[in-house]
Ligand binder design. Sequence first.
Ligand SMILES: NC(=O)c1ccc[n+]([C@@H]2O[C@H](COP(=O)([O-])OP(=O)(O)OC[C@H]3O[C@@H](n4cnc5c(N)ncnc54)[C@H](OP(=O)(O)O)[C@@H]3O)[C@@H](O)[C@H]2O)c1
Length: 160
Amino acid sequence: MVSIIVAVAENGTIGDKNTLLWHIREDMIHFRTITSGHPVIMGRKTFESIGRPLPKRTNVIVTRGDNEFEGCKVAHSIEEAIAMFPAEEEVFIIGGAQIYEQALPLADKLYLTIVHHPYDGDTSFPALDMSEWSELSRQDFEHGEEFEYPFSFIDYERKK
Ligand SMILES: NC(=O)c1ccc[n+]([C@@H]2O[C@H](COP(=O)([O-])OP(=O)(O)OC[C@H]3O[C@@H](n4cnc5c(N)ncnc54)[C@H](OP(=O)(O)O)[C@@H]3O)[C@@H](O)[C@H]2O)c1
């Protein structure tokens, strides 16, 4: 099973200059809770932005190059990355924009964090056709412990 997990601003922005635009402690914990114990697949730029393999997860870096990344597996396409794991295993696509764009048609599930505030940035999530997705659960927050804007965790599955 292929899942996408992303935090996206209300105007679609997900990053700028190869970094994130916000720090929401609750969202970091949400991401860690959902992905721990599962494989995570990411583009080479997102890996460089994080700077280290995420612990307690098999990290797969997608690149067209022939570099190796310490503590990580390497795949040369998204399909190759997904095929490293049994179909019943939930694998998480964790970005960035190039990888989300290509993986979206392959995804069965979406874990969206929506930040209810617009951000300027150079990287956006691809447009979603919400008629293809059913909402499974939703949690709304007026703000975080140290984050001033509202945000929501919304999980979707692809309609059969
Ligand atoms: N808000 C969020 O939830 C979230 C999550 C993740 C990332 N981000 C943000 O997204 C931004 C990075 O996204 P990005 O789009 O610039 O980069 P990216 O998707 O992380 O990585 C792009 C790289 O992936 C490789 N790649 C892409 N398609 C491939 C394919 N079909 N086959 C093989 N390799 C392929 C290429 O690596 P090579 O150049 O090595 O060939 C390419 O340069 C950052 O700002 C980051 O902070 C946000």
